[in-house]
Design a protein around this ligand. Structure first.
Ligand code: HEC
Ligand code: HEC
Ligand code: HEC
Ligand code: HEC
Ligand code: HEC
Length: 203
C-alpha cells in the first residue's frame, strides 16, 4: 500500500516576504550552527528588536530553521518544491507582530502554535494546494490507513468538514511541518476513543 502519490510541484505565490532562510536543497545533515548571532544574544543584555516579516527568523527559531534543511520534515519538502520561507505558511502578520512584542533571542522558544494557526486557507492558497475537493479526495483515494475496528474505511481528505465534530481539524494535524510525520489514524483517537469512527452508538 505504498503507492507514491504525486507531489504537486507548485510554486507558491510568495508575498513580499523575503526571509533569508535556507533555500539550499534538503539534506539529512544538520545545518551548520555557526551562523553569527546578530541581535546581541552574546551581549549581557538581550537586545529587543521590532518584529517584521522579513527579518531572519532563525536567529531565534533555530529548531524550525533546522527543519527547513532536514529531508525528513514537511517544511523541507516545501522549501524544495515551493521555495517556501517562514512567511509562506506563517501569514498572520498582525497576530505574529503582537506575539513578538518584547520577544528576545534568550526567551524560551515556543514548542507549539498558540496564538496562530496555519489553516487550510493558507495551504490551499492560489499556486499552492488549490485543488478542488474532488481533486483532494482523488489524491488519497487509495489510502486505507483510516480503517476502524469495524472495517469502516475513510478517505483522509474526507474528514475535514465532514461533520460539525470535525470543524477544528487542520491539514497540519496530519501534515506536520517541523515535527516527525504523524500517522493520520493517530489523529482520530483523541475523539474516537473506542477505535470506532462514529459517536452516539455506544453511549
Ligand atoms: C528575537 C527572537 C525572535 C525572532 C527574530 C522571531 N521570533 Fe518568533 N517567537 C519568538 C518568541 C520568544 C516567541 C514566543 C512568544 C510568546 O509565546 O510569548 C515566538 C513565537 C513565534 C510563533 C508562535 C506563534 C503562536 O501561534 O503562538 C511563530 C509562528 C513565530 N514566532 C514565527 C516567527 C517568524 C516567522 C519570524 C521571522 C519573520 C520570527 N518568529 C522571528 C522569538 C522570535
Ligand atoms: C475533535 C474530535 C474529533 C476528531 C479528532 C475526529 N472526529 Fe470523527 N467525529 C467526531 C464527532 C463528534 C462525530 C459525530 C458527528 C458530529 O457530531 O460531528 C464524528 C463522526 C465521525 C464519522 C461519522 C460521520 C457521519 O457521517 O456520521 C466518521 C466516519 C468519522 N468521524 C471519522 C473520523 C476520522 C477518520 C478521524 C481521524 C482522521 C476523525 N473522525 C477525527 C469527532 C472527531
Ligand atoms: C486526516 C488526515 C489528513 C488531513 C486532515 C489532510 N490530509 Fe493530506 N494526506 C493525508 C494522507 C494520509 C495522505 C497520503 C499519504 C501522505 O502523503 O502523507 C495525504 C496526502 C496529501 C497530499 C499528497 C502528498 C504527496 O506526497 O503526494 C497533499 C498535497 C495533501 N495531502 C494536502 C492536504 C491539504 C492541503 C490538506 C488540508 C486541506 C490535507 N492534506 C488534509 C492525510 C490528511
Ligand atoms: C510549509 C509551511 C511552513 C513553513 C515553511 C514554516 N512553518 Fe512554522 N509551522 C508550520 C506548521 C504547520 C506548524 C505547526 C506545527 C508543525 O506542523 O510542525 C508550525 C509551527 C511553528 C512554530 C511553533 C513551534 C513548533 O515548532 O510547533 C514556530 C515557532 C514556527 N513554526 C516558526 C517557523 C519559522 C521561524 C519558519 C522559517 C524558518 C517556519 N516556521 C517555516 C508551517 C510552516
Ligand atoms: C465502541 C463504543 C464507543 C464509541 C463508538 C464511542 N464511545 Fe465514548 N465511551 C465508550 C465507553 C465504553 C465509555 C465509558 C468507559 C470509558 O470511559 O472508556 C465511553 C466514555 C466516553 C466519554 C466519557 C464519558 C463520561 O461521562 O465520563 C466521552 C466524553 C466519550 N466517550 C465521548 C465519545 C465521543 C465524542 C465519541 C465519538 C467521537 C465516542 N465517545 C464514541 C464507548 C464508545
Amino acid at each position: 500500500m505504498d503507492k507514491a502519490l504525486p507531489i504537486r510541484k507548485a510554486f507558491c505565490v510568495l508575498s513580499a516576504v523575503a526571509v533569508a532562510v535556507v533555500l539550499a536543497s534538503c539534506s539529512s545533515q544538520q545545518p551548520a550552527a555557526d551562523k553569527p548571532v546578530e541581535n546581541g544574544a552574546n551581549a549581557s543584555e538581550p537586545v529587543q528588536v521590532a518584529w517584521s516579516p522579513d527579518m531572519d527568523c532563525t536567529t531565534c527559531h533555530t529548531a524550525e530553521g533546522a527543519t527547513m534543511e532536514d529531508g525528513a520534515m514537511g517544511a523541507c519538502t516545501h522549501v524544495q518544491q515551493a521555495q517556501a520561507v517562514c512567511g509562506t505558511c506563517h501569514t498572520d502578520e498582525a497576530s505574529l507582530a503582537g506575539v513578538h512584542e518584547g520577544a528576545t533571542a534568550t526567551d524560551t522558544m515556543p514548542k507549539k502554535l498558540k496564538a496562530t494557526t496555519v489553516d487550510a486557507k493558507t495551504c490551499q492558497a492560489a499556486g499552492c494546494h488549490d485543488e478542488s475537493q474532488d481533486e483532494m479526495l482523488a489524491l488519497t483515494a487509495d489510502v486505507a490507513d483510516l480503517t476502524d475496528s469495524q472495517g469502516t474505511q475513510v478517505n483522509p481528505h474526507e474528514v475535514m468538514g465532514k461533520t460539525a465534530g470535525h470543524a477544528d481539524i487542520l491539514c497540519t494535524d496530519c501534515h506536520t511541518m517541523h515535527k516527525a510525520k504523524v500517522n493520520a489514524a493517530d489523529t482520530c483517537v483523541s475523539c474516537h476513543h473506542a477505535g470506532v469512527y462514529e459517536c452516539n452508538t455506544c453511549h
